[in-house]
Unconditional design. Structure first.
Length: 123
């Protein structure tokens, strides 16, 4: 007779196999199968919301199988090799006189304006 609690999913699966082989206590077997289905459904929901965490939820596949491609965030090329912004006028910190390089103050992240607009001063 399997225990009333299970620590891992594999314990639950072995208990289901034991009950299927012994063909005893159909109610308990149905309850365990429902519990396993519930666990698998929750895992699938979590992976759908957080695809980057798939490797933490599911075991790695066998050697011959490839892992499905995960969406890769597009890399933005905001800075030149010397560390200055490529387009300083897009920076929210840009000022033609006080901060012509558009560099963020110490401790603040570099942020660009949502929409690039030219600031024209008319006389």
């Amino acid at each position: 007779m399997p225990p009333d609690y299970f620590l891992t999913r594999s314990d639950l699966e072995t208990a289901i196999k034991e009950l299927e082989e012994s063909r005893a206590d159909a109610d308990k077997l149905a309850e365990l199968k429902a519990e396993l289905e519930k666990i698998n459904r929750k895992k699938a929901e979590y992976v759908a919301e957080h695809p980057e965490q798939r490797r933490l939820v599911y075991r790695r596949r066998k050697e011959g199988e490839t892992e499905p491609e995960l969406p890769v965030a597009k890399k933005r090329n905001l800075f030149k090799k010397n560390g200055l912004p490529r387009h300083p006028e897009r920076s929210i910190y840009y000022d033609p006189v006080m901060n012509p390089f558009g560099v963020a103050p110490p401790g603040m992240p570099y942020v660009e304006r949502r929409e690039f607009t030219l600031f024209l001063v008319s006389k």
